[in-house]
Design a protein around this ligand. Structure first.
Ligand code: ADP
Ligand code: MG
Length: 307
């Protein structure tokens, strides 16, 4: 039945977003419309569910047939105020998937990528180079790791945009106090060996099996964090085979269809820092002129909409 409808009616593709002014969200909407499909912006926090023994529906004030969507692109799930809210948002994405609506990136891939501990475990299993990392709630273990690593970067396990990232050094006199405070705040410490670098990292954009382009992100003077949202400056980067292979493999390892992969150049080669499965496409558009959203929507159509 639905296939017949698809022949006569334009496909309905939702873009999950939180900021209606976001460049990437708007580029997704435009790329969908260019293909002759209807593009629907949706904020997951506006959705409601009704479930009973015999019925199930997902609805919002303006939409009452969300299970009729033909595909979903996730730009941004949004910061949530509680574990319950974030869990509900991911459950909604999982429900769409079980209703045979392709969700890109899949909630599983987004969760794997967002988790800086679990993704590192997956990278290790896939033999990808990663900086040494210790995750612990034991202050003694944390102190020992810092002594061994000499300089560490403490990160939230779930974090983004360079927020909540600190450099700690084995030689600093207030180290134990700082760690104790951080541990109290976070409940668990994620400590990664600092990779000495040239004040920049590399953001590679991957769609499917292909690395489309990359930018260096040069950190602001006095900072070691190169995220554009932290004042980093983008610069075109010519992809090497090593960069391509690492970025494509890292993307595949978390199960993502598209991603922004952060690499850092150490003395002995490249390391994977993270895979972002809800990346911004703005930096690479502005710097290299590549609109990744067109390629992502292209891939979605190639893989097929709801059947
Ligand atoms: N181990 C490290 N060594 C050196 N610099 C790092 C390290 N980890 C992170 N950074 C710097 O901090 C930035 C943010 O780290 P990242 O792991 O990508 O977290 P986020 O999700 O906040 O972007 C990186 O882009 C890089 O500039
Ligand atoms: Mg990053």
């Amino acid at each position: 039945m639905h296939n017949q409808n698809q022949n006569t009616k334009a496909a309905k593709i939702a873009v999950v977003l939180t900021d209606p002014d976001d460049w990437t969200a708007n580029a997704f909407l435009t790329s969908i419309r260019k293909r002759g499909a209807n593009a629907l912006p949706i904020n997951l926090s506006t959705l409601s569910v009704s479930v009973s023994t015999s019925d199930f529906s997902i609805f919002s004030t303006d939409l009452n047939d969300l299970l009729e969507l033909d595909a979903i692109i996730v730009r941004d799930v949004g910061i949530s105020s509680s574990l319950e809210q974030i869990s509900f948002k991911f459950d909604l994405l999982r429900l769409f998937e079980t209703a045979n609506i392709p969700v890109m990136n899949s909630p599983n891939a987004i969760q794997n990528a967002a988790n800086k501990f679990f993704s590192f475990y997956l990278f290790k299993q896939a033999h990808l180079p990663i900086p040494r990392t210790v995750v612990t709630s034991d202050l003694g273990v944390a102190m020992k790791a810092i002594e061994e690593f000499e300089i560490v970067v403490a990160k939230p396990i779930f974090g983004s945009q360079g927020k909540g990232i600190f450099k700690l050094e084995a030689s600093q006199p207030d180290l134990k106090q700082k760690l104790a405070t951080l541990l109290k705040e976070r409940g668990v410490l994620y400590l990664q060996q600092f990779v000495p670098n040239h004040g920049r990292d590399i953001r590679v954009f991957v769609v499917g099996e292909e690395a489309l382009g990359a930018i260096y992100r040069i950190s602001q003077a006095g900072s070691f964090i190169s995220n554009l949202s932290q004042g980093g400056t983008p610069l075109m980067c010519d992809l090497t085979e090593e960069m391509r292979a690492l970025a494509v493999n890292a993307t595949k390892t978390v199960g993502a269809d598209f991603a922004g992969v952060d690499l850092i150049e150490g003395d002995e080669g490249l390391f994977v820092l993270e895979v972002n499965a809800t990346p911004s496409g703005k930096g690479i558009k502005v710097t290299c002129g590549i609109d990744v959203t067109e390629r992502i929507i292209g891939r979605m159509f190639e893989r097929g909409l709801r059947v």
